[in-house]
Design a protein around this ligand. Structure first.
Ligand code: MLT
Length: 410
């Protein structure tokens, strides 16, 4: 008899985005004439930059040749990409990250979901609310929670409420936790953490011997100059934090797949016998056992995003999306809606109008405007009464969606 992992049965619903997809498909079947505009899942729409495609094609051409063919690559990533990351993403901001502390992967969803494997089953986990669902669901799957209550919250998880009053920033809990997930710029609220905010978390981690799991997948969308792009810009963070980065939104790789995780050698956890073990050793063991590396052409493509031409093209795409974010913000604010985010992040977080709940507004928006967004409640109970609009859309679609919203709700 193959017993299953009962923890999966605790998961309250399907994963958020497939659930949205299911509802949209069913609406489309019932209304085949409706031209639906999707501003729900944060998926890029602009083509890959030319210099990135050229690098990928050139890598494929190499693979056609006897001399250029490659089989398995290093699981942690090729040196050319890891060196480019260390130089462009960290050294350029005055941050020292060693090349061998960088683990190239196929996505931050995978990295932020898999990292919990390094920690004990009874590790105490703190999770912001609202939150990117992967952090929570993967800990539930691993058995670090009890069952969900009526509000969808799982027993045993320490929730960190992020409300309008706190600028959607989580505060360090008054109790001890072992792991803290943080995401800045934030998905879903678009909030950003300033140096002081991050310094409090680094201090907390030192005081309670906790590990910070810092998701910086949206750092490239920061527009204000005084906001840290990496947790390692804070003194002491290298001892207590792991960081996730992704090319998905930055360089248009949601379908191409490439990301990386930084595991500084100084970050440790404690074994049952009380000895300290560095997480770098454990992650190396995990990564090399369960992963065979990102394909060579994709790593060449990711590296091309750091070339001078790649930087220009990548920046142009980010600016395009951030212009969408500004349009969404302005247009909804003109309707009198309470609008957050969208300045340093590609997500706009809106208070739902007419006293509607998040899912009610989802249905109303779909039915009345044929526009898809993401209900805030799907990110946690503190997201109830909010709605997320993604700036990853074609300009003409964003403009049309905003015009339809104005007609439906103005
Ligand atoms: C989102 O819409 O929240 C993201 O696209 C999901 C992801 O990056 O996995």
């Amino acid at each position: 008899m193959a017993r299953i992992n009962d923890n999966y049965l605790k998961l309250s619903a399907g994963y958020l985005f497939p659930e949205i997809g299911r509802r949209v498909r069913s609406f489309q079947q019932a209304h085949p004439e409706a031209r639906i505009i999707r501003l729900g899942i944060g998926d890029v729409v602009l083509p890959l930059p030319a210099s990135i495609c050229d690098a990928m094609s050139a890598a494929v051409d190499e693979l056609r040749t006897e001399a250029g063919f490659r089989g398995y690559g290093p699981e942690q990533g090729y040196d050319f990409l890891r060196s480019a990351i260390a130089e462009h993403d960290f050294a350029s901001r005055g941050v020292a990250v060693d090349v061998d502390e960088i683990f190239v992967s196929d996505g931050s969803k995978c990295d932020s979901g898999n990292v919990q494997e390094l920690f004990a089953c009874d590790a105490r986990v703190a999770i912001p609310d609202p939150v990117y669902p992967v952090y929570l669901d993967t800990n539930v799957m691993a058995g670090r929670s009890g069952s969900a209550g009526g509000d969808g919250r799982y027993a045993g998880i320490v929730y960190l409420p992020c409300t309008a009053q706190s600028g959607f920033l989580p505060s360090p809990p008054r109790e001890r936790v072992d792991l803290v997930y943080l995401c800045f710029p934030n998905n879903p609220t678009g909030a950003v953490a300033r140096r002081d905010d991050l310094a409090r978390w680094v201090a907390y981690a030192h005081e309670y011997d906790a590990v910070l799991l810092f998701d910086a997948a949206y750092e490239a969308f920061i527009t204000e100059s005084d906001i840290p792009h990496s947790i390692y810009e804070l003194d002491g963070a290298r001892d207590v934090a792991l960081e996730f980065r992704s090319y998905s939104k930055t360089a248009g790789f949601t379908g191409t797949r490439c990301a990386y995780m930084v595991v500084p050698r100084a970050v440790t956890g404690v074994a049952t016998d009380g000895s300290r073990v560095d997480l770098h050793r454990l992650w190396t063991r995990r990564h090399t056992t369960k992963f065979n590396g990102v394909s060579y052409p994709v790593q060449r493509a990711a590296a091309a995003s750091y070339s001078p031409q790649g930087q220009i093209e990548v920046r142009a795409n980010i600016d395009y999306y951030m212009r969408n974010a500004a349009l969404i913000r302005q247009s909804l604010a003109t309707l009198g809606l309470e609008v957050h985010g969208g300045i340093n992040a590609p997500y706009v977080w809106v208070r739902t109008p007419e006293g509607l709940g998040s899912w009610e507004f989802f249905d109303a928006l779909l039915t009345r405007a044929h526009v898809v967004g993401t209900p805030g409640a799907g990110f946690g109970s503190c997201g109830e009464g909010y709605f997320r609009l993604s700036a990853f859309g074609r300009r003409e679609n964003v403009e049309e969606a905003l015009e339809r919203i104005r007609r439906a709700f103005g």
